[in-house]
Design a protein around this ligand. Structure first.
Ligand code: G3H
Ligand code: 13P
Ligand code: ZN
Length: 311
């Protein structure tokens, strides 16, 4: 099996009340940790690459790593561009073999967002590639886009039908209170998501797959290990797992996770180097990092996403 699109995955996830994990990748150990976990629990996967990751690792290396993972595991895997910020990067990923792209026009006006999204959809669909659009703004940092908390805006349900019908997107990322990075809520603030908005949107767009960005739980165990071994990440707070389970049981078919992977990898590396100051072979400290990623992804798939056994 080669790379697949997300069409079939989302259809089954919607009907089954679970979600597919979309994990950000930028090197071999991350790809291996994620795909080993998915193989163990027989889960479909979306591996996603940001523009920054593409710049770091180069398109061709990421492409070949993911092809190797498919050959190694036999799993259905979609390769997705995360947060494409314009037509050119989306076109480059479509031409370069990705099976899914996100055009993130959320920083534009409604009309400009429709215009650029429609252009990407026309190009991508002609080549059999699916497209994720975004309406509403998440707070937080992603590559060059840094949305201040005050600028973040929940998705307006009254806009979703027009956006989807005029653009032809295959899935829609929405803003209901999640945000990118490891500091999603202020210390003492009670994590909350606007499930009422998700509910309204799913009624307006029946059977349509919704995407949740900024969905890391910022697992406290990894933050503690990082802080106990020379790191400094006080006040890192993420999305509680029960909220993600609730979203997955509703119209959310794709849940994006990056920060938790970073924490898992860094915790493994920091712990190894702190305990073994003599280690200087990268394989010595990258192995525990990769193992942590495998354990994290397995737990996400089985305890949160519910897509185990669905490959
Ligand atoms: O949504 C953002 C992802 O976590 C990607 O982050 O742009 O730093 O690679 P990045
Ligand atoms: P986190 O920072 O919560 O992992 O979100 C990742 C994401 O949304 C990638 O697009
Ligand atoms: Zn995102």
């Amino acid at each position: 099996m080669g790379l697949v699109t997300t069409t079939d995955m989302f259809k089954k996830a919607y009907a089954g009340g679970y979600a597919i994990g979309a994990f950000n990748v930028n090197n071999m150990e991350i790809v291996q940790g994620i795909t080993e976990a998915a193989k163990e629990v027989n889960a479909p996967l979306i591996l996603q690459v940001s523009a920054g990751a593409r710049k770091y690792a180069k398109h061709i290396y990421l492409m070949k790593l993911v092809e190797a993972a498919i050959e190694d595991t036999g799993l259905p895997i979609a390769l997705h561009l995360d947060h494409g910020d314009g037509f050119d990067v989306c076109k480059s990923c479509v031409d370069g073999g990705f099976t899914s792209v996100m055009i993130d026009g959320s920083k534009y006006s409604f009309e400009e967002n429709i215009e650029v999204t429609k252009k990407v959809v026309e190009y991508a669909h002609a080549k059999g590639v699916v497209v994720e659009g975004e309406l509403g703004k998440l707070a937080g940092v992603e590559d060059d886009v840094n949305v201040a908390d005050d600028d973040a805006q929940y998705t307006r349900p009254e806009e979703v039908q027009e956006f989807v019908s005029r653009t032809g997107v295959d899935s829609l990322a929405i803003a209901i209170g999640t945000s990118h990075g490891a500091y999603k809520f202020k210390p003492g603030q009670k994590p909350q998501l606007r499930f009422d908005i998700l509910e309204k949107i799913s009624k307006l767009l029946p059977d349509f797959p919704i995407v949740l960005h900024g969905a890391s739980s910022v697992i406290p165990e990894y933050v503690e290990i990082i802080n106990a071994n020379g790191g400094h990440m006080p006040d890192a707070i993420g999305i509680p797992e029960d909220m993600l389970r609730q979203a997955a049981s509703m119209a959310v078919c794709k849940i994006n996770i990056d920060s938790d992977l970073r924490l898992a990898m860094t915790a493994g590396i920091r712990k190894d180097l702190a305990a073994n100051p003599d280690h200087f072979d990268p394989r010595q400290y990258l192995t525990p990092g990769r193992d942590n990623i495998r354990d994290l992804v397995k737990a996400k798939i089985t305890n949160v996403l519910g897509c185990d056994g669905k490959a």
